[in-house]
Design a protein around this ligand. Structure first.
Ligand code: AKG
Ligand code: FE2
Length: 368
């Protein structure tokens, strides 16, 4: 591990940090642009505190890979076990061709590699469609060594003409990817429902395919990967995440006390259980922490996460453990809740991992 830089041993005042972040933000530069400007060391605002950087090396395990072309009953069993033991798995033979995958990744790559002056136009625009480098997760602690582009597809995909025109190529690929990934998500949700013992279209009926957030990340080469993070440890708050990554590694999943690297498998999709699905399944499935280390390779790491959430978000749309699986032997571990209740909590992206789970977990006496 590199020696702790001076910047981390003297605690910077919050004011300095906030001001430097704001200046970077106002410059409308991405991390890629910063790198292109010729920096060989990372600016202070990107430096994470030593406790986050203590344990950057992954161990030698691998998350399960599940072949969806195998007999359905077998696949359901594998998904059930992986969702419980790991909260993460990769799927192959899911029906999306390598050609579509490559096109999608390449469209994003081209966007991030546009000249800064062009990308600037999309910097923090409409919050439904935003290009950014430095807000979102852990904003208050450090800036991540990546650029991101986020699009909410809910309640309906944004109209093409509302999207900035230079993004047309990305927009086309996004809309197409949204359809393709949703089909895979639907099939997996069905099997996950069966695995947990409820009817297969339960999650669909609960509107869990309706609210979709597509977030793509571009992790450029980092000259000092021991001092920063691509994306710090977090759990996904939604129901399910379908993640596409290119051939550059960097994603780590927490397994017990160890960090396990997700080895890129050509054509595979990575699936993970979100906080809400852990609750719905009464802890039969687990939402686990994951992170992306800063990229030491000259090739950029590119990923695209499709995060599925309930579309029914009113005061009367109540969520909780699937009622069908609550029995005297296995009572509900969670209180019921609504989406506005979660929103009222003002959970920021740097709230603790599993904040939603902790919020609604009944204590032992209540659960009994
Ligand atoms: O870039 C990745 O591989 C992970 C992205 C991720 O975890 C997220 O967007 O929540
Ligand atoms: Fe995530």
């Amino acid at each position: 591990m590199a020696p702790t830089p001076a910047a981390l041993t003297t605690t910077p005042t919050t004011h300095d940090f906030a001001k430097e972040v704001k200046d970077f933000d106002d410059s409308k530069m991405g991390v890629k642009d910063l790198l292109d400007s010729g920096v060989t060391t990372i600016p202070k605002i990107f430096m994470y505190p030593p406790e986050v950087l203590a344990d950057l090396k992954p161990c030698n395990l691998e998350i399960p890979t599940i072949d969806l072309s195998h007999p359905r009953e077998e696949v359901i069993e594998q998904i059930k076990r992986a969702s419980h033991d790991w909260g993460f798995y990769q799927v192959i033979n899911h029906g999306i061709s390598n050609e579509v995958i490559d096109q999608t990744i390449n469209a994003f790559k081209s966007f991030y590699e546009l000249p800064m002056e062009t990308k600037k136009k999309y910097h923090h625009m409409d919050p439904k469609v935003a290009f950014y480098s430095n807000f979102n997760i852990f904003y208050s602690k450090a800036v991540n060594w990546k650029d991101s582009l986020r699009v909410y597809m809910a309640p309906n995909p944004p109209e093409m003409d509302q999207m900035p025109s230079v993004c047309a190529k990305v927009t086309n690929e996004l809309l197409d990817w949204d359809l393709q990934a949703k089909r895979v998500a639907e099939e997996l949700m069905e099997m996950m429902c069966e695995g947990v013992g409820v009817k297969k279209d339960k999650l669909k009926e609960m509107s869990c395919l309706e609210h979709r957030k597509l977030v793509s990340h571009y992790y450029p080469y980092c000259p000092q990967p021991d001092l920063t993070m691509g994306l710090p440890p977090h759990t996904d708050r939604g129901v399910l995440t379908v993640l596409l990554q290119n051939e550059v590694n960097g994603l780590h999943v927490k397994h017990g006390k160890e960090w396990v690297e997700v080895k890129p498998v050509r054509g595979a999709l990575i699936i993970n259980v979100g906080d809400l699905l852990q609750i719905f399944s009464n802890d039969a499935f687990t939402s686990v922490e994951h992170r992306v280390v800063a990229n030491p390779s000259k090739n950029p790491r590119i990923s695209l996460a499709a995060i599925y959430n309930p579309g029914k978000r009113g005061e009367n749309d109540v969520y909780g453990v699937f009622p069908e699986i609550i029995t005297p032997e296995k009572p509900s571990l969670y209180k019921e809740f609504t989406i506005p209740e979660i929103q009222k909590q003002g959970l920021t992206d740097d709230s603790s991992c599993r904040a939603i789970i902790d919020l609604f977990k009944l204590d032992k006496s209540e659960a009994a």
